[in-house]
Design a protein around this ligand. Sequence first.
Ligand code: ATP
Length: 384
Amino acid sequence: MLIVTDLRKSFAGSSRAARVNAVDGVSFEVGEGEFFTLLGPSGCGKTTTLRAIAGLERADGGHISIAGRVVLDSATRVFVQPNHRGIGMVFQSYAIWPHMTVFENVAFPLRVQKSRLTSQDLRARVLDTLRVVHLEAIADRPATTLSGGQQQRLALARALVFEPVLMLLDEPLSNLDAKLRESMRFELKRLQKERNLTTIYVTHDQAEALALSTRVAVMNNGRIEQLGTPDEVYSRPTTAFVADFIGSANLLQGTVSHLTDGGAEVSTSHGPILARTARDVRAGEPCIIAIRPELIEVLRGGESEGINTRDGVVLAGVFTGQGVDYEVRVGEETLRCRTPASIRLDFGAPIRLRLPPEHCLVLPSNGRAAEAVSLAAWGDRAKA
Ligand code: ATP
């Protein structure tokens, strides 16, 4: 349905010499009916990619086709104008028209487009679309009287009324409060399934991406770091960046000592760790071990020592609702672990942690020091 090949876009930077490579050779394909998400931190190039697909940004290079039709080809200088690409778009600032009713907000784009619909057909089409987003009962209300969630649904209806072949959504839920955002996620998913809408979704919210998407492209510095199903990017990250950005991860620096059956033994500043490998590694290679806080076991009394156990001291903890996130000092490093709310650890108390080898993943070293995200920020992320 959508094919993006080697998309590139740079902008003039603050100094004359430096240009910002906002999108640096991005390629992906999206199948019909997929919910495909571009996920990454602020400034990684998600919006520029989406705007290039929409035709709102002229890419420097690359190829884009939508439903078998070439809309951009830098080699042959093809560039199809945004209004001829058959796409629907909803942005963060969805800007509904306050002086119009709900009905008119959806009807207006059709009228402007000078569509050949009779007024009866136009009315039927608008009401049909309002039904899909559950707003038909308040079609005659002024748009200003709508709640945030209703306004968001209205923005969706306005994009849907054109029956687009492709829907582009750029952080459409970010203006809503947490509760509403969650219910709108279900709405979006329902809509997308009901209409079999091919959707490209942009967000920096990993929870949103995992909940909604059929596949996720994790972006960093204008490139796709990993592309896969939510389960793949969460359970089998291929880089430390992805491991850390999706959920949260302890990243421990080490060096591969030797290979084992299905994994490797890695030496770290606090002793050896057995870990699994998802790619070829060689003895002597510097690496990073990623392990998620919730997969570290907290051993409480009597359990045996082992290669993947560590003694530590509890530094701090934050209650997240589902459990408690703790920072534990182990040697020179700080590890993060998570316990159910029923288990409380005393600050300053010695504890033993077990890092199950099957949950320790050897990733390529990217030169970044093993880092512990500050517990406050980490707590925020857990809540997000
Ligand atoms: P956010 O989540 O904050 O919107 P993003 O991942 O969508 O971020 P982009 O908006 O695509 O990122 O921006 C990618 C890079 O390109 C950033 O460094 C940004 O400052 C730069 N950039 C984007 N648009 C322009 C522009 N019109 N002029 C100059 N630089 C730009």
